[in-house]
Write a protein that binds this ligand. Sequence first.
Ligand code: ZN
Ligand code: ZN
Length: 226
Amino acid sequence: MNRCLLCNSLFKVQLNYSNLFFSLKNDKIVLCQSCFSKFKKITGKTCQNCNKRLSENFKLDICQDCQRWQQLYPDNLLKNKALYRYNDAFHDLMVNYKRYGDFLLHEVLSYLVKKLPKADFYVPVPSSPSHLEKRKFDTISEIYKDLVPLTFALTKDNSQQAQGEKNKQQRLATKQTFKSVKKYKLSGRILLLDDIYTTGRTLYHARDALQQAYPKIEIMSFTIAR
Ligand SMILES: [Zn+2]
Ligand SMILES: [Zn+2]
């Protein structure tokens, strides 16, 4: 029997092809069927650039956020892959993980991801020193550390306000707080890892900092939700 990390109920693992490999490798299925079913994969028409779900009658291939980024970064859009819709279940999970610092939930997030797109280096978006101090763990690297080898090629300065507490305009106006660590020999394809793609501001800043230090690399990003 396994215990569900979200609702605490005991459940029996039904092995099937989709979880067989995962359960052998990681030895743990951390969500019951009912909790797992609350997380909805992104399906249907999506933004070709950032994976945002679009309504079927949306006329363009890229979403409004990406159109705005295209004006700021002509021919240098950041391609993002996301897996889940940012629905109530995902919101609640992130509030408990980040705001209330429920460390164990990194296993739930990791379980939801299971597998990442192929890349030569995986660079997690770092926490600021003040957040690290408050939570005592790094929220992003904890999610991904058991899935892929991580390269800590970015650091973050303290900003006055957390992204989660800002409205959209404030988020977009956020200043660059990332710096690259130059000691790594990054090359090839880099996958930036974050939890949620909201406006894209954080990921574009992270990309810019990396690109400045390593101009030859190809950078894409991955988020669990969009
Ligand atoms: Zn459950
Ligand atoms: Zn988009």
